[in-house]
Design a protein. Structure first.
Length: 254
């Protein structure tokens, strides 16, 4: 959904949060992990040092939070879904500061070196988020936005078979990515985005493919999922290799 050139997906954020929370354990189990290079390059490119303050928007179950903490950063994780935050807290305990709520309701005591969102920036109200980001990130600090994009849903001809089941090709790069970054691009307080790409692959069985797909939502029926599972098991030897790209977009606070 695009309103003009700006994403309005944030209007569905509360419903999405409830949907994710209802699948908290599956979300944590099946969502892909980001390549280590994403975090290593982020630390280097943003000039981060041990103990630097970081705020993460939409931390979920801590999939990106944990690697940030492991690199010695002082992380405040913002997460509105209590069930997701509970999973993250169980893993990270007192190594992270948690804020229960939306980024739009966050009132920081001080500025930070990095504001990051991993597959989450599109859920914040864009104009409000830009103002908060500009106040929160110190000059010379960075805003890091990461999305996981699909390169290939599986080896050929799996994508064709998927399209036959649902009636159209499955999306690989959602339009909300560009739309949600647009207000940052238009704001003179932030520099041009530099982008980094980290391709990775996962070979997953039929049940895992269905489980991870369900965590993203979508209007698929149980009959369609059954058909996809049957295709993977009968025509692809029970597994498909899904190719993805972790795309990092980094902008400096001027």
């Amino acid at each position: 959904m695009i309103l003009g050139s700006v994403s309005d997906l944030w209007r569905a954020a509360d419903k999405a949060s409830d949907r994710f929370a209802a699948q908290a354990l599956d979300y944590d189990r099946y969502r892909p992990r980001y390549p280590d290079d994403v975090f290593d390059d982020l630390v280097e490119s943003a000039g981060l040092n041990l103990g630097d303050a970081v705020v993460e928007i939409g931390a979920g179950t801590g999939i990106a939070t944990e690697p940030l903490v492991e690199r010695g950063l002082d992380v405040t994780a913002i997460e509105p879904a209590i069930a997701l935050a509970a999973v993250a807290a169980a893993k990270l305990a007192d190594r992270v500061h948690f804020f229960s709520g939306r980024f739009e309701d966050f009132s920081p005591d001080s500025s930070v070196k990095l504001l990051a969102a991993f597959n989450a920036w599109h859920w914040v109200e864009p104009r409000r988020a830009v103002e908060l980001a500009a106040r929160l990130v110190e000059p010379g600090g960075s805003l890091a936005l990461v999305w996981t994009e699909v390169i290939s849903w599986g080896q050929e001809p799996f994508e064709q078979r998927l399209a036959e089941v649902v009636g159209s090709p499955w999306e690989k790069r959602m339009e909300h990515v560009d739309g949600s970054m647009q207000p940052i691009r238009q704001d003179p307080r932030f520099g041009e985005f530099e982008d980094h790409h980290y391709p990775f692959e996962r070979t997953i069985d039929a049940s895992t493919f269905i489980a991870v797909t369900k965590t993203y939502g979508g209007n698929y029926t149980s009959e369609q999922f059954e058909a996809i599972e049957e295709i993977i098991n009968e025509d692809f030897g029970g597994v498909v290799t899904k190719a993805e790209n972790a795309a990092l977009y980094l902008s400096m606070r001027l």
